[in-house]
Structure formats: structure tokens, C-alpha cells
Design a binder for this molecule. Structure first.
Ligand code: KIV
Ligand code: NA
Length: 265
């Protein structure tokens, strides 16, 4: 199968065909999602919450994320792999952003990077795109700013909607190839999607974005507990896995595993 490239994603927007994106943090998921036809895999800094068990995305480091990116790029044959720049690894300056992006491209073999922020980060985005690094923007609710935003809250309501549009346009003008919009009113996301030439990727941003993204453990029901409104569970992996572990434990305790066919003689 042919590799997914950025112009292909643009063509999907131009043809009005919505496309899916999922996070992936390891080899098996990358392989499975790639084979399932997911064109873009994001090694999100949400690995903080969904791999490392931190309570926010802020603590995760470049050194923690790089091996995950390398695992995903090594396993995906077709998908475009986007690496998230974690908190603190790009905000200082466009130069810092470029240095970090270069690590993700060289050591992680990522095809593109993603960073959070609007207008204020246009110089950072420009430094990357001007140096050959494709950039996906991320606006609306940006988890790296959760302490500043006062928690998980919808962004861009009312008057703030105009700022969101301006942020999206600034990212496009800086050369971003797509923009994620997280937790924004569907009406605002629709307007941004119409005003931008480049694709928008929604998460909690309604049905009118050009693409939709979910964290895979949310999508597959591996993460338990209450999910945000924008999550849909397409499987019960938590139930499947805990059932498998309990069945294994049970068979070992009863002396049923291993059976004769599992032993060497
Ligand atoms: O880190 C992440 O998983 C993300 C997506 C939810 C867009 O940034
Ligand atoms: Na992220």
C-alpha cells in the first residue's frame, strides 16, 4: 500500500471525505491501526496519562516519548506518524522548537510534529515548516495549558470564537498542514473548517471537521471510568483483558495450564 503523505490528506479535505486519526504509542497498536486503514497516527503527549500514568500531560519528557515514536514509526507501513512535542520542549523559542522537532524526526523518524498554541506560536511553527518539518497545530482546549485554562473546559465560546478562528488562520499562514481543535463548540469548528484551506482535526469539536481523532485507549474502552462527552467506545478492551488475565490465573491455580500440548518433551 502507498504511504500516506500530506498532499493526500489535503485531497481528502478537498473532496469532502472525512478521515480518522488515532493515537498510538507502541508497535502492536501502530501495526493494527495502520492495517485498519487509519491514515494518520499520533504519538500524543497523552502518553503521559495513557502510558506512564501521570495525572496530566505536563510531566512527560522528550526522552520518554522518543522511544514510543520510534516504535510506532517502525511498525506503521503506510500511516503518516505525527509526534507531539511535550510541554517545555518548544515554548521557549522557535530555536528550541526546531531543536526538539529535529530529535523527533531523526531519532524518532517521525514524519511530522504537533504543538499546542495559536497566534503566539506562529513563529515557532514557521521555524519548523521553513526547515522542512511538517507541523500540525492544536488549538481550543490545549491540555499542556490546563492549569492556566482552569481545567478541562470548552474553549472558543461566545466572543472567544473569533480568537479561535484567528489562531487557526495564523497557524495556516505559518505553514501548518492541519490543525487539531479540541473541545470547541461545533459551530465554531465548522466555521474554522470552512475558512481554512488545510484540514481540521476535531476532538470534541463536532461533526463538521475534516478529520476526527481519539485517544486509542478511550476509543477501544481500555481506559475505565467516566469518559468525556466526546468519547465513543468501540470495544471493551478493559473487560476483554481482565477476563483473559483472570482466566489464565484460574487455569494455573487449578493446574489446567499448561496442558500436555503446551509442554516440550
Ligand atoms: O496527545 C494527544 O493525544 C492529542 C490528541 C488528543 C489530539 O493531542
Ligand atoms: Na497532545
Amino acid at each position: 500500500a502507498k504511504k500516506v503523505r500530506i498532499p493526500h490528506l489535503q485531497e481528502l479535505k478537498d473532496r469532502g471525505e472525512p478521515w480518522p486519526m488515532l493515537t498510538a504509542y507502541d508497535m502492536y497498536t501502530a501495526e493494527l491501526f495502520d492495517e485498519a486503514g487509519i491514515p494518520v497516527l499520533l504519538v500524543g503527549d497523552s502518553a503521559a496519562n495513557n502510558v506512564f500514568g501521570y495525572d496530566t500531560s505536563l510531566p512527560v519528557t522528550v526522552d520518554e516519548l522518543l522511544p514510543l515514536v520510534r516504535a510506532v514509526t517502525g511498525a506503521a507501513k503506510r500511516a503518516l506518524v505525527v509526534a507531539d512535542l511535550p510541554f517545555g520542549s518548544y515554548q521557549l523559542s522557535p530555536e528550541q522548537a526546531l531543536a526538539t522537532a529535529v530529535r523527533f524526526m531523526k531519532e524518532g523518524r517521525a514524519h511530522a510534529v504537533k504543538l499546542e498554541g495559536g497566534k503566539r506560536f506562529a513563529p515557532h511553527v514557521e521555524a519548523l515548516t521553513g526547515s522542512g518539518v511538517p507541523v500540525m497545530g492544536h488549538i481550543g482546549f490545549t491540555p499542556q495549558s490546563e492549569h492556566n485554562l482552569g481545567g478541562y473546559r470548552v474553549q472558543g465560546r461566545g466572543e472567544a470564537g473569533a480568537n479561535l478562528v484567528a489562531d487557526a488562520v495564523a497557524l495556516q499562514e505559518a505553514g501548518a498542514f492541519a490543525v487539531v481543535m479540541e473541545m470547541v463548540p461545533a459551530e465554531v469548528a465548522k466555521q474554522v473548517t470552512h475558512e481554512l484551506k488545510i484540514p481540521t482535526v476535531g476532538i470534541g469539536a463536532g461533526p463538521d471537521c475534516d478529520a476526527q481523532v481519539l485517544v486509542w485507549q478511550d476509543m477501544a474502552g481500555l481506559r475505565r471510568g467516566r469518559s468525556p462527552r466526546f468519547v465513543k467506545r468501540y470495544a471493551d478492551l478493559a473487560g476483554e483483558l481482565s477476563g483473559a488475565a483472570a482466566a489464565f490465573a484460574d487455569e494455573v491455580r487449578r493446574g489446567e495450564f499448561p496442558a500436555p500440548e503446551h509442554a516440550f518433551h
